[in-house]
Write a protein that binds this ligand. Structure first.
Ligand code: ADP
Ligand code: MG
Length: 668
């Protein structure tokens, strides 16, 4: 069965080279990867509604005949408008933007019966849906259907087709003998092909089984990793450059920063390799600690490297650290996937002969031809975005390299010990002085006009605004980054409204962020790509649309983009119209609480098992399903000792299965 799971995605009918490549960019390489794209929820498709029964804003299934279709607009802006008539003779208009190709779709000829699911709106006396999912009626199966999030530009519906094919392959393979095999197959079957009468507790149990497996595989990797951690290493305690750096900082270290800095200086002077995890809340000031640590090794002629999970963040660190080190005459270089060939060659040369002492970058730093003259310190920022082994990879670029990892993920200490058993922990509590708690409000979508007025007031004071939209694609329900940016541009004609999302070219992303940072544009509509680390102190307001879709820890991260100066910061959580009581409670907690750790714990209490399905918020440690914010109990109930009790055969199983659970490297 593992053999099937590790087959490349391209063996599926309909996955050509171009699609395979796009999926690969989203880390979906094997059938197993695809099958870990779990449903977000399940639709009750046991019955359909007549058009007369529709309710505004409530997702519904409708069957009907195509009455006519019409194309409007030109070129890229073409849209398709399709009239559907149901058995009672009522009409529903379906609108598809940028969908000229659908005009020629044979399945949509007049008189054909189709079935759609979407969110209806009542507008000028008519029912309409934009971008509903649709199928010809013959392909429709009544029952519960899994709902998948879009992936690599494919709609959830298209994904579900591929997942069904992958499941068939899996079920068709030879009889299974091992325990892990059977558990995995059963769990995947329960989740992807639910029974006619859906039992959410069974689905939850299947999720749990998968998570247990993922955790055991992780522990196994951790155990292998631990074996070679303790190593003698060079001593660094020459504080000359460090003192210079401290003197030119525009602020004094907080007590918490000073304490952490003490931990690190002790580690570096110990003669043993450091492996320290620095945990500090969003905005606590971790970057300057990284700079100090780098200065310490550079003072003795050695090299330091800092790796960040996104290009956006790496670039920002480059700018910050350049600002700190330039006055000391120390050059700081940046290496990412988009560094030009020539610049890259020069940089690598300087790195190899030691002329360059500080290198910042993305996982491009891990490429084989990146060779250091004498790397003494590897630093990994937002390390929870990297897998258990990946966080050590950078240290392999030298001998006995000290490791400093940083994270803002608020996880309780006991959990951190279980997950990062291979590291020493430093907790940096509190924020730099003068920060005011970010004023947080929950707002109904209908209040947009008032929100706009508030934005204008803030812009009049030269504040800057983030506006977060949950998706990029035009093919899903809800508004896209581009559409929201366009709308805001119309509403704020005096401003330059920018759009940012992970799929833009790196160059474009840099341009957008630097325009926003410099104030050339003051409104930025973005996906959660700004979630980690981005630091624009002038940003005063963050608006988070469909805020109920996020976990509290993630909302806390996003909120941390503002309130990074002594000016009052604001966060507006805009809630959709179909809000459950728990969802509302969660948003209210967010309003009242400003402590990352407390929020993570509250989230856990407020969610039921069913609620937690398909919702991950921290992406900790490169886990695919496990979420320390939600799965604390599971994590605490299995530790390294559990592994010692496994039989040799079971251990072999774990090794085999680890290729399936291969941790993901998070991307932008
Ligand atoms: P994070 O811990 O989230 O990585 P950053 O390192 O980006 O936080 O720091 C956030 C902001 O706080 C930066 O603008 C930084 O210059 C500032 N800062 C850091 N330390 C202090 C301090 N001791 N006093 C005042 N401001 C500080
Ligand atoms: Mg940071």
């Amino acid at each position: 069965m593992y053999a099937v799971l590790t087959q490349p995605i391209s063996i599926l009918e309909g996955v050509g080279p171009a699609l395979a490549k796009r999926l690969q960019q989203r880390q979906v390489i094997t059938l197993g990867d695809l099958l870990l794209h779990l449903p977000k929820s399940y639709h009750d498709d046991r019955q359909s509604l007549s058009i007369a029964q529709l309710q505004t804003g409530v997702s519904a299934r409708v069957h009907g005949k195509v009455l006519n279709k019409q194309q409007r607009g030109f070129g890229q802006k073409q849209s398709l408008h399709l009239q559907l008539v149901d058995d009672a003779g009522d009409l529903l208009t379906l609108t598809f933007f940028n969908a000229a190709y659908m005009m020629r779709d044979q399945r949509l000829t007049e008189g054909r019966k189709i079935t759609v699911r979407g969110v209806p709106e009542h507008w000028q006396g008519r029912w309409q849906m934009s971008h509903p999912e649709w199928q010809v009626i013959e392909r429709f199966q009544a029952g519960f259907s899994p709902v998948y999030g879009s992936l690599a530009g494919m709609s959830g519906l298209r994904i579900s087709g591929f997942i069904a094919k992958a499941m068939q392959q899996l079920q068709g393979c030879s009889p299974l003998d091992s325990v892990l095999d059977r558990t995995l197959l059963q769990a995947l079957t329960t989740i992807h092909t639910p029974e006619h009468d859906l039992d959410m507790s069974m689905i939850a149990r299947a999720h749990q089984r998968l998570k247990v497996e993922e955790w055991l595989v992780y522990l196994h990797a951790l155990q292998l990793q631990r074996a070679d951690i303790v190593q003698p290493a060079s001593i660094y305690h020459n504080g000359a450059i460090v003192q210079q750096l401290l003197q030119q900082l525009p602020f004094q270290l907080t007590a918490a920063q000073a304490a952490v800095w003490q931990d690190i200086t002790k580690d570096l002077a110990k003669g043993e390799r450091m492996h320290r995890l620095l945990q500090g809340d969003v905005g606590a000031g971790k970057t300057v600690i990284a700079a100090l640590a780098a200065a310490m090794v550079i003072a003795d002629g050695a090299q330091a490297a800092l790796m960040a999970p996104t290009e956006v963040l790496a670039t920002q660190h480059h700018v910050t650290l350049q600002g700190l080190f330039a006055p000391l005459g120390i050059e700081v270089a940046l290496l990412t996937g988009s560094t030009g060939i020539k610049a890259r060659r020069q940089l690598l040369e300087n790195l190899a002969d030691g002329r360059l002492s500080l290198l910042i970058g993305t996982h491009a730093l891990l490429t084989e031809d990146v060779r250091f003259h004498h790397l003494a310190l590897a630093m990994v920022d937002e390390q929870h975005r990297f897998g258990v082994q990946q966080r050590w990879f950078l240290t392999e670029k030298g001998a006995s390299v000290h490791l400093l990892a940083m994270t803002a993920t608020p996880i309780p200490r006991s959990l951190a010990m279980a997950i990062y058993g291979d590291m020493d922990l430093s907790l940096m509590q509190g924020l730099p002085p003068g920060r005011k708690p970010i004023e947080t409000r929950v707002l109904a979508q209908e209040k947009f006009p008032e929100l706009l007025a508030g934005m204008q007031r803030l812009l009049a004071q030269d504040g800057r605004i983030y506006w977060i939209v949950p998706r990029i694609d035009d093919d899903e329900a809800g508004i896209s980054v581009g559409q929201r940016a366009e709308l805001l541009q119309q509403q704020l004609p005096e401003e330059r409204v920018l759009a940012l999302h992970g799929r833009m070219k790196p160059k474009e992303k840099h341009q957008v962020l630097s325009d926003f940072a410099s104030g050339q544009a003051r409104v930025l509509v973005s996906t959660t790509v700004v979630e980690v680390g981005v630091n624009v102190p002038e940003a005063r307001l963050i608006v988070i649309e469909q805020a109920e879709q996020y976990g509290l820890a993630q909302l806390h991260q996003l909120r941390g983009r503002v309130g990074r100066s002594s000016e009052q910061g604001y966060c507006l959580l805009v809630a959709g119209s179909e809000l459950s009581t728990t969802a509302m409670q969660r948003l209210q907690k967010m309003r009242d609480c400003h402590d990352g750790l407390e929020l993570a714990e509250m989230d856990l209490q407020l969610r039921g098992a069913g609620d937690a399905i398909g919702v991950r918020q921290s992406g900790e440690a490169g886990f695919r399903l496990l979420d320390p914010a939600l799965d604390g109990a599971l994590i605490r109930s299995y530790d390294l000792a559990t592994l010692n009790r496994l039989s040799p055969k079971q251990k072999m199983e774990l090794t085999a299965i680890s290729t399936f659970w291969r941790p993901t490297m998070m991307h932008e």
